[in-house]
Write a protein that binds this ligand. Structure first.
Ligand SMILES: [Zn+2]
Length: 355
């Protein structure tokens, strides 16, 4: 049950806020309609246990039994991505949807290892995604950056090979960040020290982040900061377990990229209202609100903003602070940040008399 009403004015305000998304897996944006289209285009036979059409698939996605059930569907989805155009279409569909939600800057994850192990060349993946990033800027006016993630359930040596395989894309500035995703336990951040060190030494401008503190405890967050040198943390909600850590995150302005609807879907919390959002605000810990794997978790960035509003009922100033922190924590340049802040001010001015 919603505790706070999200009025039409409030919905329009949340839509128009110049939002930035920092925690989004491109592979997790594969909607059933594109999945079936690509399966047909690439003549892929889906397993007999997989839903037979878009309607069945959407229904199935709305009721995953657990993490493994979600992953089983997720990996079938991955199997239809074969050509450069597939990766382009996937990313373009997300950028288009994000722009409709008022998301003006996205920093998006992709998992090269998940494609290379299926025999798909990393070049096709990066080229398709990069072309979509550029076209989104041209056609939609949004800015977008690619973050390569390493799958932590694979050995760090495989991660190192992956880093080497995309060397030229780092040199060309096409890949802007390094992340670490997949199951946190039993794969603590410390396993990947060498991978992060390699990136830090060779490409000091590349941003470093890591999934931590979603299922792992607050020490996963501390280790991501200390051992990997991460400058922001994906999820990070278990930072709530340590006041010392909260003070550190606030002092260093280390942003947490929260994913409310994903947390409910994967049973990290029962309800968005249980998330430590008020604690983070009061402790001055910056965070952004994101959609994680929106095709599977029931909502894009605006749905996540609305879900937070219905549970926390923030006022215009609190929302302005959240969005401003998202802009500040982005890896875009100062010029883009000031453009986004100007838009934020216009939206605040427009809605102050209405809300
Ligand atoms: Zn994630």
């Amino acid at each position: 049950m919603s505790r706070f009403e999200c009025t039409d004015h409030m919905k329009s305000f949340l839509q128009e806020l110049p939002k930035c998304e920092h925690h989004l897996h491109l592979e997790g944006t594969l909607e059933p309609n594109l999945l079936f289209k690509l399966a047909e285009r690439n003549k892929i036979q889906l397993p007999s246990s997989f839903p037979k059409n878009i309607e069945e698939c959407s229904k199935r996605y709305a009721s995953f039994e657990d993490l493994q059930d979600f992953l089983n569907h997720y990996y079938v989805g991955m199997s239809v991505l074969i050509t450069e155009d597939d990766f382009y279409d996937l990313a373009m569909a997300y950028f288009t949807k994000a722009e409709q939600d008022g998301c003006l800057h996205s920093e998006v994850f992709f998992d090269p290892q998940g494609h290379v192990e299926r025999g798909v060349s990393v070049d096709l993946v990066v080229k398709g995604f990069d072309r979509a990033c550029r076209d989104a800027t041209k056609k939609l006016g949004t800015t977008n950056k690619l973050i390569m993630c390493l799958l932590r359930h694979l050995p760090a040596s495989n991660g190192m090979e992956t880093i080497k395989s995309v060397e030229k894309y780092h040199q060309q500035g096409i890949i802007h960040g390094l992340g670490l995703d997949s199951s946190e336990k039993p794969f603590p951040p410390g396993l990947f020290i060498d991978c992060y060190k390699e990136i830090k030494q060779k490409y000091p401008n590349v941003g470093l982040t890591a999934h931590a503190g979603e299922e792992g405890d607050y020490n996963y967050v501390i280790d991501s900061l200390d051992k990997l040198g991460a400058s922001r943390i994906d999820h990070g909600i278990n930072s709530k377990q340590s006041n010392e850590l909260l003070a550190r995150l606030a002092k260093n302005k280390t942003m947490l990229t929260m994913c409310p609807l994903s947390n409910v879907k994967l049973q990290v919390v029962k309800d968005v209202g249980e998330l430590p959002i008020n604690l983070f605000l009061q402790s001055d810990v910056p965070f952004s609100i994101n959609s994680d794997d929106p095709a599977y978790f029931g909502g894009y960035i605006l749905d996540n903003y609305i879900s937070v509003h219905t549970r926390f009922g923030f006022n215009i100033n609190q929302w302005a602070k959240i969005v401003n922190n998202g802009i500040e924590g982005s890896w875009c340049d100062d010029k883009r940040k000031s453009e986004l802040k100007q838009i934020l001010q216009l939206v605040i001015d427009k809605y102050t008399p209405l809300l």
